[in-house]
Design a protein around this ligand. Structure first.
Ligand code: CO
Length: 461
């Protein structure tokens, strides 16, 4: 019997997609042991926006969260999402920071690193993969899925082979917008399975409603692992549902390692959590529905709502159709970047500018300029030379890998922080999110001095 493995996303992508990553550790602490025993291939629980959210909104040390999860989940590998040279942000960091971040994540309990670059420029994930391997952990290379004239099956096979040559332990097809249809998934997985030998994992979102159909055909084509979320935290902008996929796949004769009783326990546990977030308004029922606009406009749902907001703010919502028609033009001029953060924002904002100014590229945003200079990496297709010439002289362009132009940062920052940083993990938090980490450190000091006073008062009683 063919086995299909499952990665549970409730602790990372699911909660990031539904409730802006606002789930505190205390909301899931009580179910960790059951999650560890339910038969998952891995638990995605860290990276992505969780790190920033812990520091910024939840008053939690992200490193401590990881250690606390690991202390309970000893059997099931823990998984994180990392943006290669960008780590968890949108700018490139020097190699010393990337390497130490990976090493510290591994030391604190991370097992599987899902590593991606928004442009599929694998020079930007190479150092990360290399360090994960050096730490003896699992490096998963990502192919960001998108559609364009240059994103052909042949191109994707090339990427798969390149990743395998780089030494990845598995490959993920990352369909961040939920736009990959069942036939596309079938063809892509089939082609990859016949050209690479490492396991293939499929990641999609339920946004457009295609998700479960896409997974089914991906499984038929031989995909090894799928990403799902437990029922109460699934659907809509989150992942397709774990229990539903297990039920359907087993009915079709596939084997899964998942324990139905444990899944029921996990789902029952997240019932009140879902209810809490519905009641406090953080979970908007709107995101739970099916949205097919992404299929019509070929832009991700998040990008569409950003465009609407931007035009509303400028009192120009009547230009929405024009802006949507301009998106494919800007994308073509920029060499067809996948519409994932930060490219989706970049393309969207520039398209709006082009429409509102009544002249294309009359103004060019700072981000697009940096992109044209080569600061994000190499575009999948050909970038408009006219546009590059408009912003840069030939000798100003970044020729090689952008990170090679960056000075080492860790030791310098560590010295600057002095006693404020209590460990290397603190320094890394600061490098990733300086203002947020600074506030977090100050609040930590404050809290601890209060605790001490409290203890003394208690003694005096
Ligand atoms: Co995702």
């Amino acid at each position: 019997m063919t086995k299909v493995k499952f990665t549970e996303t409730v602790l990372r992508d699911s909660q990031q997609s539904l409730i802006a990553t606002r789930m505190p550790f205390s909301d899931f602490e009580g179910i960790l042991e059951t999650l560890d025993n339910a038969g998952y291939h891995s638990l995605e629980c860290w990276g992505g926006a969780t790190f920033d959210s812990c520091l910024r909104f939840l008053d939690e040390d992200p490193w401590e969260r990881l250690r606390k999860i690991k202390a309970v989940c000893k059997k099931t590998p823990l998984q994180m999402l990392i943006r290669g040279q960008n780590i968890l942000g949108y700018k490139h960091y020097p190699d010393d920071v990337v390497r130490l971040f990976v090493r510290k994540a591994a030391e604190n309990g991370m097992d599987i690193f899902r590593i991606f670059d928004a442009l599929n420029d694998f020079r930007n994930i190479k150092v990360c993969i290399d360090e994960v391997k050096a730490c003896g952990k699992h490096a998963q290379g990502c192919i960001c899925y998108t559609t364009s004239p240059v994103h052909t099956i042949e191109k994707y096979i090339e990427m798969g082979k390149e990743l395998e040559e780089m030494g990845v332990d598995s490959i993920a097809i990352k369909d961040m917008a939920g736009i990959c249809g069942p036939q596309e998934a079938y063809d892509l997985v089939k082609a990859l399975k016949s050209s690479v030998s490492v396991p293939i994992q499929f990641h999609t979102h339920a946004t457009t409603g295609l998700g479960p159909l896409t997974y089914l055909k991906a499984v038929e084509a031989g995909v090894d692992i799928i990403d799902t979320a437990i029922a109460n935290m699934s659907g809509g902008t989150s992942q397709p549902c774990t229990e539903t996929m297990k039920y359907a796949l087993e009915q079709l004769g596939y084997e899964t390692d998942l324990d139905s009783k444990k899944l029921k326990e996990i789902n029952d546990f997240f019932g009140p959590v879902q209810k809490k977030f519905l009641e406090n308004g953080i979970l908007n029922p709107y995101v739970l529905g099916t949205k097919t606009d992404a299929l019509v406009y070929q832009v991700p749902g998040g990008m569409l709502s950003n465009l609407v907001k931007q035009l509303t703010d400028m009192n120009a919502l009547d230009k929405l159709d024009e802006a949507l028609n301009e998106v494919p033009n800007v994308r073509r001029d920029l060499g067809y970047p996948p519409l994932v953060t930060p490219m989706s924002q970049m393309v969207g904002v520039q398209a709006v500018q082009n429409v509102l100014m009544g002249e294309r590229y009359k103004t060019i945003t700072k981000e697009v300029k940096a992109y044209l200079r080569g600061e994000y990496g190499t575009a999948p297709g050909e970038v408009s030379q006219e546009l590059i010439d408009k912003c840069w002289k030939e000798d100003e362009l970044v020729k090689g890998r952008y990170a090679d132009t960056l000075e080492p940062l860790f030791e310098k920052t560590k010295k600057e922080l002095g006693k404020t940083a209590r460990c290397d993990e603190d320094v890394l938090s600061y490098i990733a999110f300086p203002q947020v980490a600074e506030k977090f450190f100050a609040a930590r000091e404050e809290k601890e001095s209060n605790t001490v006073n409290y203890t003394i008062e208690k003694k005096e009683d």
